[in-house]
Design a protein around this ligand. Structure first.
Ligand code: DC
Length: 218
């Protein structure tokens, strides 16, 4: 079975997807982490993000793995190296939407994501899972929350991880990514017609998990 969870940054997708994957014994596939890992590589190797052909070549020759460990954490490796923490850095967030809007890069990622999701029962989160990557997914959700709440959540999460980033910078980053992700030509952020819309603004994690599980089991 494939469960697709799409939505903008800060809506709670990865937190919820991770919990549900553990409860159901599914693989958790964080597709945003794959774009983040490629962004990290392009910055490390000084590849011009505006050069679509070189970025696609970089994507093809990179090995990005998502390893689910039994405690429910996800390890992201790039060419064998653990980059799980590094890819959450605001420096990566700043550029990742520009990498993810490149059609040639998305073609490489699409294949990789379909391969990963075909191994076993999987829950994938991203922007285009229900619309493009797995349009035939058995269950599709679109998680959303109002903008200020999403900024608050991301700001708290970054601070808890040791970053001292200002609220205004997080706000600017989310606003910029919302715009790029939802207006790009290729596979923009969009609710699939058959996805269930869940507004998480006034819900806690437990409530969102229960709501989603009730739809999955229903
Ligand atoms: O979920 P996230 O914030 O880690 O995703 C990082 C970026 O990757 C996000 O700004 C848009 C892009 N992305 C995408 O275009 N398609 C996906 N399936 C997942 C993420």
């Amino acid at each position: 079975m494939i469960i697709a969870i799409d939505g903008p940054a800060g809506a709670g997708k990865s937190t919820i997807a991770k919990i549900i994957a553990q409860k159901l014994g599914f693989l958790y596939i964080d597709t945003g982490a794959m774009y983040r890992a490629l962004t990290l590589k392009s910055l490390n190797e000084n590849v011009d993000i505006a050069d679509a052909a070189r970025m696609a070549e970089l994507a093809r020759k990179s090995t990005i793995d998502l390893i689910n460990d039994p405690e429910g954490t996800l390890k992201v490796t790039l060419d064998g190296k653990d980059v799980s923490r590094e890819i959450r850095d605001p420096r990566i967030s700043k550029y990742v939407s520009d990498v993810a809007k490149i059609r040639e890069v998305r073609e490489v990622m699409l294949q990789a994501q379909r391969n990963l999701g075909s191994r076993d029962n999987s829950i994938l989160d991203g922007r285009d899972i229900g619309t493009v990557v797995f349009p035939n997914a058995q269950k599709k959700f679109f998680l959303d929350a109002n903008f200020i709440e999403r900024v608050n959540r991301r700001h708290k999460e970054l601070n808890e991880a040791g970053s001292e980033i200002a609220w205004n910078s997080v706000e600017a980053d989310l606003s910029n990514r919302d715009t790029i992700d939802s207006t790009r030509e290729c596979a923009p952020l969009k609710k699939a017609e058959d996805a269930i819309y869940v507004d998480t603004t006034d819900l806690n994690i437990q409530q969102v998990v229960e709501k989603i599980l009730s739809y999955i089991n229903g």
